[in-house]
Design a protein around this ligand. Structure first.
Ligand code: GDP
Length: 696
């Protein structure tokens, strides 16, 4: 790092607009990584302060205090206590917001006591007038011994002030707000004597938190200074009370609130949105709207992508010299990339909706609303976030279960999340639904959209049902409490939503995309090479048919014969007896098997298989080729029974190695992912079997 880079830690309570401030400071210069050993996202960004100075900004997870309750919160305290950490900040920027200043300042006073240069950002200044809030900033700066930037990240006001304060961080006072010994004089005097060179408040945090620093003293601390858990808790409470006394006294003279201005629009809205009946109806309505739009809106770009890639593939085939490389390009790589790109509209729309719901403050109401129901199934209201994020991808969803404090509730949430319909299933559903469900409308809703919604709901109910069973089966005792904050309703900020959509889509393309492309290439190879029969296909067909065939029929026969005798055809044939009862032929078998690496491979695989063994025109889309496919008796392969059976199989089977890997990581054992794999796939097989046998 160059000498002109200032290291900045961005800290704050959840919902104060920390992400918005981070986005304003860093724009697109952001990077998302991981803290070593744990799965908490580590967001960093570079901010240009002036011509020669840069700031490296670390966006730390939102936390209410330094009394850590979760892994996320631990990250904050571990960084701030560890001077040797490469990211140890030169300056801490604590973000707060005008409406909840009192609560937000608790964290500020704690950070200040670590004697790191700390500056205070008070966000959402645009709401002051409406809420009748006035602040005496110079007096507040004096009382808190800091510099303050009063800003509105929404209106882009005051961001330069933050930069200026960061630039001049050396002039910030390092003085503490609270004299730590006042928590318990006698105890702290002893501590001071034993460790004259250590900061008292730091020692206090090391004693009360389970953090791994100051290792040298750890033993000594444990021998001489530990107190019973209840005693420590009492002292922590005393600390909190002292801090609030200080904050109250300070705000009394620096803040004026005109109570008459406090509109009750917010609470009226809450009454409706968290209402016992309407609350659920509205939530259900919103979900319906979301799924309808995902299906309707993304079909246009998706059709366009599908046709473009088929055209491009045909174009390369016609215009490049024929040979292995051209085959690889037009039958392997191009359809493979197409299979990734085609997801982008749906993923982007889904994240657009999720982040709008989060940004507007509505998601917290949903969490609150759902808690009552979720509890009965051994889940927490907070499980709704993983369950909803699971509609995008189980991987980030399972990671987001970290917010659930209770281990049993968290484990159950992790185990059931893969049932939720993820975006990788969406293209599978989309293509199958469009093959077997007519394009009609029912009460104004598209029948295809309703089928999609039914699949989502079914997955949700199976997930909840499994949670209920797991709750009865798992013998784990954990105490549980539930805190959810109701941030005020706000119009979502475009920049936040856009960056979130961009980040999630990028993560999908670079993460899952690589696997899909690799598998497409492997599949192309397996599909275009094979046994001796494969190589001699032309001769064999010629010998078989004594009567001369038309050129087109001859080519079709050769292609079909080649596919059957390729490596992939042989693999598909091997498993055919197992999947036949489900209504699948060997071609579908290949797609199902390769989907165990990742579901989204299904469409790509069929695309590759149907390109390799194409019997129709080059430019036909994959969907057209699938719709035309018939078995030896002339019946459609993708008929209603097979389609439903496949939909159900994909709804329930655990076909995603990445999810298994993340579950292993989050539960720290192979036991749970293995149980998931066996149980979910077994269940999928049985359900698909019953469906096909009843419907055929
Ligand atoms: P975080 O949880 O602290 O990262 O907060 P976010 O950045 O996600 O913001 C929480 C909510 O506050 C979102 O709905 C933002 O649109 C909103 N918000 C952020 N900054 C401002 C601001 O300056 N003024 C107003 N009125 N709303 C803001």
């Amino acid at each position: 790092m160059t000498p002109n880079t200032i290291k900045v830690a961005l800290i704050g309570n959840p919902n104060v607009g920390k992400t918005s401030v981070f986005n304003q400071l860093t724009g697109l210069n952001q990077q998302v990584g991981n803290y070593p050993g744990i799965t908490v996202d580590k967001k960093t960004g570079i901010c240009k302060i002036n011509q020669i100075t840069r700031a490296k900004i670390i966006d730390l997870p939102g936390t209410y205090s330094l009394n850590a309750n979760s892994i996320d919160e631990n990250v904050v305290i571990e960084l701030l206590l560890n001077k040797n950490d490469e990211d140890f900040p030169d300056v801490a920027v604590v973000v707060t917001e005008v409406e909840n200043l009192k609560r937000n300042l608790l964290l500020f006073t704690q950070i200040k006591d670590l004697e790191i240069p700390t500056l205070l950002v008070i966000n959402m200044s645009d709401r002051m007038k409406q809420k009748g809030i006035e602040l005496d900033i110079p007096l507040l700066e004096k009382a808190l011994k800091t510099k303050i930037a009063l800003i509105s990240s929404r209106k882009n006001i005051g961001i330069d002030k933050i930069k200026e304060l960061i630039l001049n961080y050396k002039s910030l006072s390092k003085e503490a707000c609270l004299n730590a010994s006042s928590i318990d004089e006698e105890y702290f005097n002893r501590l001071r004597k034993a460790f004259p060179n250590q900061l008292l408040y730091k020692l206090w945090l090391v004693i009360t938190q389970d953090v791994n620093f100051l290792n040298l003293e750890r033993n000594e601390i444990e021998n001489n200074f530990t107190r019973s858990h209840t005693e420590l808790k009492k002292l922590q409470q005393k600390e909190t009370i002292k801090r609030y006394q200080f904050i109250n006294d300070t705000l009394k003279v620096t803040q004026k609130i005109d109570k008459s201005k406090a509109t009750d629009f917010q609470s009226k809205l809450d009454n409706i949105l968290t209402h016992k009946v309407f609350g659920y109806l509205i939530f259900f309505g919103i979900l319906l709207l979301i799924f309808q739009s995902i299906f309707d809106w993304s079909s246009i770009p998706m059709d366009f992508i599908d046709t473009s890639f088929s055209k491009f593939s045909a174009y390369t085939k016609e215009n490049l010299p024929s040979g292995k490389f051209t085959d690889l390009l037009s039958d392997g790589i191009i359809p493979g990339i197409g299979g990734i790109v085609i997801f982008i509209p749906q993923i982007a729309f889904l994240f657009l909706f999720i982040s709008v719901l989060e940004e507007s403050g509505y998601m917290s109401r949903v969490v609150f609303l759902m808690d009552k129901i979720m509890r009965r199934f051994g889940l927490s209201g907070k499980s709704i976030v993983p369950l909803i994020s699971g509609t995008a991808c189980a991987i980030p969803a399972i990671m987001s279960a970290r917010n659930i404090e209770n281990w049993k509730e968290r484990l159950i949430t992790i185990l059931i999340t893969p049932f939720i319909t993820c975006s990788a299933r969406l293209p599978v559903y989309a293509i199958l639904i469009s093959l077997i469900i007519p394009e009609k409308r029912f009460l104004g809703f598209s029948l295809q959209g309703l089928t999609l919604m039914a699949l989502y709901l079914m997955a949700f109910f199976v997930a909840i049902g499994s949670a209920y069973i797991l709750n009865k089966l798992l013998k784990l005792k954990c105490k549980s409490y539930f805190v959810v904050e109701m941030p005020s309703y706000k119009v979502p900020m475009f920049k936040n939503v856009a960056l979130n959509v961009l980040e999630k889509t990028k993560a999908f393309v670079t993460g899952a995309g690589k696997i899909i492309l690799a598998i497409s290439i492997v599949l192309w190879f397996l599909g275009s090479h094979g046994s001796a029969n494969f190589d001699n296909a032309e001769k064999i067909i010629a010998e078989k048919h004594e009567k001369p065939l038309t050129e087109e029929m001859r080519q079709n026969k050769i292609n079909a014969y080649k596919l059957e005798n390729s490596y992939i055809g042989m693999m598909g044939k091997t498993i055919e007896p197992v999947i036949k009862p489900l209504g699948y032929d060997w071609k579908i078998g290949i797609a199902v098997v390769s989907s165990f690496a990742a579901r989204e491979v299904f469409v790509g695989t069929l695309a590759t298989i149907y390109s390799v063994g194409s019997q129709s025109e080059e430019e036909a889309t994959i969907k057209m080729k699938m719709a035309e496919d018939i078995d030896e008796n002339g019946n459609k392969i993708f008929n209603f029974a097979t389609g439903i059976s496949l939909l159900l199989f994909y709804a329930f089977a655990m076909q995603c190695v990445s999810t298994l890997a993340i579950v292993k990581k989050e539960t720290n054992s192979w036991k749970w992912p293995l149980i998931q794999l066996v149980f979910m796939s077994g269940f999928a097989y049985v359900v698909a079997l019953i469906a096909y046998q009843t419907l055929k």
